[in-house]
Design a protein around this ligand. Sequence first.
Ligand code: ARG
Length: 475
Amino acid sequence: MALWGGRFAQGPADSVAALSRSTHFDWVLAPYDIRVNIAHVRSLRASSILSEGDAEKIQVTLVALGEEISAGSFAPIESDEDVHAAIERGLTERLGALGGAFRAGRSRNDLVVTDFKLYLLDHLIEIGAALTLLIEEFNAKADEYKDAIAPGFTHLQHAQPINFGLELAKHSQALLRDQSRIRDWIARNSISPLGAGALAGSALVPQPQNSASELGFESVHANSIDAVSDRDFVTEALFILASIGIHLSRIGEEYTLWSTTEFGWARLDDAFSTGSSIMPQKKNPDIAELARGKSGRLVGNLTSVLTMLKGLPFAYNRDLQEDKEPTFDSVRTLLTLLPALTGMVSTTSFNREVMASGSIKGHALATEIADFLARGGTPFARAHEISGECVRLAESLGKDVHELSDQELQSIDPGLTPDIRLTLSASGAVSSRTSIGGTSTESLIKQIHLLNQRNQADIEFFDRKRSDFLEMIHV
Ligand code: ARG
């Protein structure tokens, strides 16, 4: 059904209708559109544009239409330009002329932004809750491996032995930053655009505060042009989703690497890996690879909307309709990926022996020699040089640096007394790093304790937001 037409001698050409139509993707906004329209009808009632009886009739019909939409018995048809037009058609089919009365004093321009904000709030809450489950698994795995020793890498070369729990806990840290971004988004974007009208505000609804608080927004827009032009809430959300995607891609890369025959650290569970159609022995880390691969579209979706907005004139331009598909895609991508990745993380086991045996290869204890000398008063630059000489000697003898004999060490520097053996071992190196956030088990236990506390706070936060949202949306 066309929402306009009075000034046109004929309807749009078929090719134009096909280009213009958005119901095949914006139909997911329908539940929010129903709810926003109900709030608007109440505003029209409050300002006496609608009589009590008419407002009641429209409201009851909107609720019933919402139920039909969720049951799948009301759907858009070819002639509906967008979700808003389809819903107005539904209302008009049921109420006759009264069906067209409810859009007084608002425009699709303020409606679509309000719908989209509610959609994003709803789905960011869902993604936040899904993330708490992944973080919970990483915290639990970090705890399980809080005393497993593994090689630590820089430049993908052996660097220093570390506690494997530290590797796992770092993912919780990154994902908790994403959680705090979601919380920030919720706090910053709780501003209702409804009442901005097409661009200039509404002559019929002078009190947009009422619909704003009914819809759970903390405040009302301060500028009607900004309210209909602003898509920062979209690009910010897309950045958060891309950031989560980037984190998941790095997790995916690690699990892919760790499960290779060369590493032999990780054993993926059968339910969370896949086979090959030709090589019967294969067990592939496809979930980890998909996590890595899907980050591409998440970044692309952010780029797509930013590019669409660049240099765009203010107030509504039809270009803005292009904000939706990338956003829906990013949301859907993460809601599909997160549960699978969470399952993979919770079911993967690691081989402690293999990790420990590799942990001191590649002269990974050379820093211990320098630290030992520095503790004894040797300036670090000198200590570093001496340790380097030890590596050179070890290499010429075909050994690792920790395999040098007491005499060999002393031949390089008399300060390298046998006491050095206390830290010249993987466990000595790991347990000596007791700084905050360091790799000792002692430090890691404290870190995990704080991670669990923060995740618990997020679980409660998203629970609360979810129930507030449900309370708002169900009239
Ligand atoms: N379907 C449009 C969108 O998603 C909203 C309609 C506003 N259209 C207009 N011609 N003012 O952005």
